[in-house]
Design a protein. Sequence first.
Lengths: 220, 220, 357, 357
Amino acid sequence: MSENETTITKDDIVEWLKATAAVLEENAHYLSELDAPIGDADHGINMNRGFKKVMSKLPNVEDKDIGTILRTTGMALISSVGGAGGPLYGTLYLEAGKAVRGKTELSANDLVNLIEASLKGIVKLGKANIGDKTMVDAITPAVEALRQSVNNGNSLIEALHSMTDAAQKGMKDTIPMLAKKGRASYLGERSIGHQDPGATSSYLVLKTLSETIESRHASK
Amino acid sequence: MSENETTITKDDIVEWLKATAAVLEENAHYLSELDAPIGDADHGINMNRGFKKVMSKLPNVEDKDIGTILRTTGMALISSVGGAGGPLYGTLYLEAGKAVRGKTELSANDLVNLIEASLKGIVKLGKANIGDKTMVDAITPAVEALRQSVNNGNSLIEALHSMTDAAQKGMKDTIPMLAKKGRASYLGERSIGHQDPGATSSYLVLKTLSETIESRHASK
Amino acid sequence: MKKLINKPEDVVKEELEGMALAYPDLIKIHLDPDFDYRADAPVKGKVALISGGGSGHEPMHGGLVGHGMLDAACPGAVFTSPTPDQMLEAAKMVNSGKGVLYIIKNYTGDVMNFQMAADMARDEGIDVDTIIIDDDVAVKDSLYTAGRRGVGTTVLAEHILGAAAEKGYTLQELAALGRKVNINGRSMGMALTSCTVPAAGKPTFELGEDEMEVGIGIHGEPGRKRMKIMTADEITEILATSIIDDGPYTRTLAQWDKDKGDWVDVEVTDPPFKKGDEVLAFVNSMGGTPDIELPIIYRKLHEICEKKGLKIVRNLMGRYITSLEMQGCSITLLKMDDELKELWDAPVHTPGMRWGM
Amino acid sequence: MKKLINKPEDVVKEELEGMALAYPDLIKIHLDPDFDYRADAPVKGKVALISGGGSGHEPMHGGLVGHGMLDAACPGAVFTSPTPDQMLEAAKMVNSGKGVLYIIKNYTGDVMNFQMAADMARDEGIDVDTIIIDDDVAVKDSLYTAGRRGVGTTVLAEHILGAAAEKGYTLQELAALGRKVNINGRSMGMALTSCTVPAAGKPTFELGEDEMEVGIGIHGEPGRKRMKIMTADEITEILATSIIDDGPYTRTLAQWDKDKGDWVDVEVTDPPFKKGDEVLAFVNSMGGTPDIELPIIYRKLHEICEKKGLKIVRNLMGRYITSLEMQGCSITLLKMDDELKELWDAPVHTPGMRWGM
Ligand SMILES: Nc1ncnc2c1ncn2[C@@H]1O[C@H](COP(=O)(O)OP(=O)(O)O)[C@@H](O)[C@H]1O
Ligand SMILES: Nc1ncnc2c1ncn2[C@@H]1O[C@H](COP(=O)(O)OP(=O)(O)O)[C@@H](O)[C@H]1O
Ligand SMILES: [Mg+2]
Ligand SMILES: [Mg+2]
Ligand SMILES: [Mg+2]
Ligand SMILES: [Mg+2]
């Protein structure tokens, strides 16, 4: 039970963002490839460009509170990603930042609130429903799983594992879906059979959070 | 020696032109292919288009004298081939026609005069020298061989064989030449190693003459 | 990838720099955030028009800045919507006090980024309205998807609105005119080849030597369907009849409600074309299709319009809204009236479209 | 082969028909023999300008017919010089009595066919002069070969001469002006990809994915040399310095001697560029290179000209003299003086080039 009291520090968040930048750089090509058959082959390029910008802004706010760090991340993404991904991921981090304004440490519950706020922001902006074949299809089950696991009293690490597994499943579930939102919707039936790039990048972002916390926790 | 008195009739000339049209159609692709590495890949297309036009004009003059038939051929080529080939081949037939004006039968000597006149016209217009890698390199030795063979008292058929052989050799001799005239000259050293398309079409025209006369003679 | 570029990541910036050097009397550029704008901006007493979108569609939009057209254009990375800070800075630069109209092509990313920019600009006290172009009949209609894409009608709207702005139309009048142009314009495109996004380095999609993609967008995104390649006449027939025979199209589009101070969804319906309509016929190359082929399309389009009872009263033929070096074409028909004809004929002077001056 | 055409043999005719339908106020066409001509021809009191050449270089020449440019243009089959009967009939159609100038690009076929046409036209009592454009520095100079090809300077000459003809220059003055433009203009081009002649159905040459052809002509004929692909800046450097650093170039060109009544060979020498020269800089797409790439070339060209002490006082950027869908570009520099600047700025209204009206 003491595990559940593990907290996420400002430094964890900074490390998460750095690791995210590295993961998205590594997967830039892969994400753009996923975007080719049902979009315009730029999702990985866009996200990579955005997180490069985040990395350039991060030093200015590394010693600020988590809310400020996440808001800065969101602003950097909005002004550099473009496409649909820019406003959506920008909103994800802006809303996350708002949800934990002023904090330098997050409890498991704070994390649940943070990710819930992010999802709400994305849905409000993009108006996607579950099943529309978007990033919402990865994040929604992930939030659900995280909250449930935390509520069940599992450790933060365990909860993050559940979140990641749910995100991965949500991502994979986009494959048979017919796209209703974004560029893929132009394809109608032909969008079926392809994994959504935005759902994939969302999974990677969440997985990276889980891995960062786990490895930093283990090494403590 | 009686063989040498074989004459070429108006009908032979008409058959020659028809056979030429067929041969150039058959070789249109090949001639354009030869034109690709050292020119603009159109020589066969051009000649084929030109002889189609000749075929459409031929019925109007089939019962005229050989001079008229050849002049009509030249005019048709000038107004349909375009490129360098148009004026050059047009001149070939125009000058040939002038050389045998009014005739309905040609002796071996008439034929020598006819082809010499053609060559002169081409050289005056195109200013190519022997060795410049043009049709002149096929026609010049052909004329030479024809005249010599006729002068030596060989049969017309034999003389035509000599002409064809010389034209073929002249054509092949263009391969190692560095082009000095026409489009191939832009290539400088890179024109070496390719057979000249115009020399090739000239060889085909002359070979067709020889074959037409031979086959019509044999069937008589 | 074969392109006349230096580094893929420098394409947009270097293109802007080259445009500024080539057209110093016409346009100026701003870097970081990137946009180009009229050299004489802000033009006193005139509403400013701003558009933008992913790069790779040149001359749209950056080459359509100048008298009788746009006041500024914001280029994103190739095929990627630009970011709100670009539209915001551009608005500040060209606003003469009469307000700014954002002309937005209907792509999720473009709409989101422009709407964010509009919100930010209003926060800074700039009077902003937006119009959305969604004219691509290749996309099947539905109230529940991203809807139709904005394609060829955008180019026509940019000049018509630009001419109207020069004549002194107010922001509200321009927004109304823009919406009128949008519902009266329809387009459809096709591709013979893919194109290559510089940063990707390889073709966005693969097409067999005997295949074509019909109903393509302008971002190398796949189209309505893949078909065996056909003759120019057959292709023109498919595009033209898809446009002309398309029924009424209903969707909701976001508009800013000034009184409410919020975005509202407005339901809009396109009237279909009918016999006797006067139209502007626009035959557009996707970039790689050379000028020799467009008149062959135009010729057939003219014949089809005549057969269908549409009278072509104006036309435009050339490369205006492209997808890099993609081979293919699009057709746009815009129903004209006296107002539109007069505005279309008005002078325009931009790098990519010029007449009357 | 992927093209928006019907039958290869119908391309030129259908293109002409489409042009006539698209630009009825500007041009008319004549079929068999084929040419297009100004709708208002013959223009009273004006010398008529006629050019022509193989098709596939659009908008040159057929799209450059109109006020301030050509009176007629004769298209051959793709990449094949047109035939003398075309230029003869065109001359008869547009001659106002002030005579006709044939503008000829220096290719063996073009020169022969135009000279035959000039002879025929003179036989019919039309006053004809000819100028030859041979500006391609990629071709090594020699008095004993076909000489340099006519490329980019042709487009510039066609407008400059067209403007001069509108101003009332005589045939003799126009021929002299044309020769002045020719010796002061130089060009060089390169290709990233080949092009496909419709009748041939496959690419004229093969280039590896990492290769380019430098010093290319406009007919898909191979160039000066094949090289590994380079950046836009490096390519611009090669083209620009080949042009700027080229020494004096001497050759003989055929001219009609009115007194002698015969063609004579005249020796002509181009002066090289020198520090302080004012130039027109022309960056041209070979057809398939999209608009986004040209400013990248222009940007570097501007820098090189500055470094070399050449002052760019006018420019032109776009697709004007093309090789079907070939990707690549060419650069032309034309030394300007007050006369040329004034003529360049004069109005022009053709399908492919338009300003001032
Ligand atoms: N309305 C929307 N709501 C949520 N996510 C969306 C929406 N539209 C698109 N997306 C997501 O954005 C992803 C594409 O992003 P990206 O490629 O960066 O933008 P673009 O489509 O403008 O090129 C899609 O895979 C999808 O997950
Ligand atoms: N000046 C010349 N004199 C004689 N023959 C020439 C000359 N220039 C070109 N040719 C011939 O013309 C041929 C090319 O003809 P063609 O391909 O029809 O014309 P083009 O070069 O205009 O495309 C060359 O292979 C060569 O034999
Ligand atoms: Mg995308
Ligand atoms: Mg040839
Ligand atoms: Mg995109
Ligand atoms: Mg040719």
